[in-house]
Structure formats: structure tokens, C-alpha cells
Design a protein around this ligand. Sequence first.
Ligand SMILES: [Zn+2]
Length: 321
Amino acid sequence: MRGSLLIFLDASAATVLKYAYRKMFVLLLAIICAAAAAPSGAVDLWRGMETLHFAVYYRPGQQALAERAAADAESALAKIAPRLWGYPKGRIPVYVYHNRKEFIADTGIPGRELVVGVAYSAGELMRIDGSRYFAEISPVIAHELTHILLYKRMGSRILSVPVWLNEGLAVMLSGTAELPSALILQQAASTGSLLSMKSLQSSFPSGSLSDLAYAQSRSFVEYLSEQPSKLLRTLDAIAEGSSPEEAFRKVYGKSIEELELAWRQSLAAKRGLDWLGLAGTIGVGVLMLFGLYMAYRGVLLRKRRIIEEWEEEQSESQTAV
Ligand SMILES: [Zn+2]
């Protein structure tokens, strides 16, 4: 909190104090949350603006970025809230960073990781990398927002929600491009290298398997959402004290493992249909798939190049210091 300035450009004099307290509370929670990682002085000089459902914090001079983030957050909420439990009470704090270095310093994530957003259950706030080094901000906000809405509904029971369910919902509801995820999934399914959902219950793998973990979680959650109310009822049951296993049995009448097996079979059936379709359009279909694969490969290579460039810049600036 060293050197913190509580300046709120869009707040009336009467509300400054109210938000100053709220801001202090939020900052305190953020500091507790990232205590080990946040360097001193990393949380000073924030400005704030509000929309109906969000309190957006940004660095001086970055109001345009904050306004964009606020608009993205409101439009994401309008799409996601009706698919979960409706609009939340109160405003959700969003910290937008125009500088990736500051984002990394405040969140404590390793620089090499491609993390572009963090949602904290303590304080129900999110931190967003608005530098756009790796991603546009709107899908990132939508993704983190889904986590926050889940935190709000589940309270301390969020710890019982399987990671694959939490992440799968976030990827599905944020409307992230489906194609790369579908290609990763199909490749793993056809080579028998899908991960077990049990292995994704309490954490996700890092490195190249992380993309597969997200792709699988999305696909499994989409499968479970064929009747959306069922998934919400399952989460409600977990919120009320059931274990995930009991909750799925209660609502779907099957164990998680049985549901996973059915989902894997549905993937295999889909693959069979894909091949039939291909047989009907030999040539064009194969070329299209090849083109899609090359496009996906291009995305991967670009990602890798960006990381390398970013790391080079980092080491240059560190040597300069
Ligand atoms: Zn996530």
C-alpha cells in the first residue's frame, strides 16, 4: 500500500470516501492474495471508473483502455449472466494493466507462462493484461468474469468444484475461438492421448498439455450442458454441500466417470461422422483440414515466437538495469 493514491475521477465527492474504503478493502485482499508475489509499490497510483456492474482500475493516462475494458466487461456480463445465475450484486473490481511487466509483478505468474488474466476468489476481483501482447482483452475478461460469477455463487464451496468444470465453463461461456480447441481435441482423441478428467480435478498441467486440458474441459462441459439447467443444478448441489461425485449422481444419475465415458464415446462417434463426410468430399475436405491444421500450426509458432521475443526484451531490459 506504500504510496497509494485513492483518486477516483468519476466519483462524486460523497462517494469518494465510500469507494476509498472499498478500494482499500479490495487492495488489502489483493495484497493478501498475492502477498508472496507482489513487490512493494506495485499497487500504487490507480485511478478508478465505474459502470453499472464493474469498478475498473487503471494507471494514469490509460482511461481509453479502461473504458474499453469496462464496455467489454458489461457486454460479456450481458451474455454470460443469463446462462448462469443472473446478474450479481455489487460491482466487480477489474484491474487493467497496459504494461505486461506490471501485470506479471502484481500477479506473480512466471513470465514464461501465457497467463493473460487472473480471477481471485478472495475479493472476487480480476487482473487483466491489457497490453495485448498475447491476447485481445475481451475474451480474457469474459473468461475471468465466468470464474468470478462462479466464486460469487459457490462461496467457500468453490474449492470443491473440479478445476475442469470451472475452466470448462469459463472457456465455453467466454466464446473463445472453437477451432484450435477442436483440433487439439480431435488429435488427442484419435491418438488415444486424452487426459483423464480425474487428473484435471484439482489442477491443470503446464506446458503443452495445458492447451489439451482446456480443450477437453470445454468439450466435456459442452457435452454436460446439452441440458444447461442440469449443470447449474449440479453446481447448486455442490454449493449446498454435496461432493461433486454425489452432485453429478443426483442430477445426471451417473458417476463422473460414467459421464466421461459417454462423452468419449460421443467424440468417437463424431470422428466417425467426420470421416464419412470426408469420404464424400475427398480432395476439398482433405485440403481444408490440412489448411486448418497449418493455420493452427501457424498460431502455435506465432505464440512461441512472441514468448521468445518477449523474453529477449525482458533480458535486455534487465541487463540495461
Ligand atoms: Zn480460467
